[in-house]
Design a protein around this ligand. Structure first.
Ligand SMILES: [Zn+2]
Ligand SMILES: [Zn+2]
Length: 257
């Protein structure tokens, strides 16, 4: 594995370490193509900014720091600078326009809330969820995001911790696999979920990936310097590729913004 397009920085306030050290770790472990995908900054109508993301005030710093490091290490590694972003229908056009305006070079879709986080009813995706409505909201958000054509791939497509009806899980998540195939937008095996023993990757979903042959890619989802390479999770993910006969495509094709 010589690529990783899923990297965070301390600027989202829930990751740690010097940005340059992430790059050094990646290079030392043979990564040739690296993408920074910080959580997209979002200011809501009331002026409040979402707290788990890059702040609007830090956007210039994010890009200027990475421009400098990209230049410094250009002979060793190819660096792209983008965002991990939700699909929120009411805000989406504005979000994509802002991503371009800020200088974003690519986007990965990370749907962290079934319904937009600024709504009172909103709940973080990894909190166990039984509601069929939340499942439907989550899946339709991801499918619409895939159809939008702006995302290079879908990060942790199986992040929703759905604990309700099993058949409903299958018939809902298969829609994400089918959209991924139809629009040729790969689905990520998320290594943060593997190394942190989270509810994702969800093995029910990994099975669906094998059955549908949707295109699959890998992402470290690095939040620490050490995780700018994750060989342990890579070994597990490779075993799944064999066992479940996944359509692993390797490095994703970058959709330039
Ligand atoms: Zn994410
Ligand atoms: Zn992430």
């Amino acid at each position: 594995m010589d690529y990783n397009y899923h990297t965070h920085t301390y600027l989202c306030s829930h990751a740690t370490g010097e940005i340059e050290d992430y790059i050094k770790t990646a290079i030392e472990n043979g990564i040739k193509y690296m993408g920074f995908s910080e959580h997209f900054p979002l200011r809501f109508e009331n002026g409040v900014q979402s707290g788990y993301r890059l702040m609007v005030e830090d956007v210039d710093f994010y890009f200027s720091t990475l421009y400098g490091l990209r230049e410094k290490y250009k002979d060793k590694i190819d660096i792209k600078i983008g965002f991990e972003m939700e699909y929120y229908p009411a805000l989406f056009d504005e979000m994509v326009n802002n991503a371009k305006k800020y200088g974003g070079e690519y986007l990965i879709l990370g749907q962290h809330f079934p319904s937009p986080e600024y709504l009172k009813s909103s709940k973080y995706v990894i909190i166990p969820e039984e509601s069929a409505n939340a499942l439907e909201d989550y899946v339709s958000g991801v499918v619409e995001g895939i159809k939008s054509g702006v995302f290079t791939y879908v990060a942790h497509p199986d992040i929703l911790n759905f604990v309700g009806d099993k058949d409903l899980y299958r018939e809902s998540f298969v829609k994400i696999c089918e959209a991924s195939k139809e629009y040729n937008v790969p689905l990520e095996i998320n290594f943060f979920g593997i190394r942190d023993n989270r509810n994702y990757p969800d093995m029910r979903f990994v099975e669906l990936l094998g059955e549908t042959k949707a295109p699959v890619t890998f992402g470290f989802d690095s939040h620490t310097v050490k995780d700018a390479f994750d060989g342990n999770s890579l070994k597990i993910a490779k075993e799944w590729v064999e066992k479940y006969k996944l359509n692993y495509i390797g490095k994703p094709n970058i959709i330039e913004l």
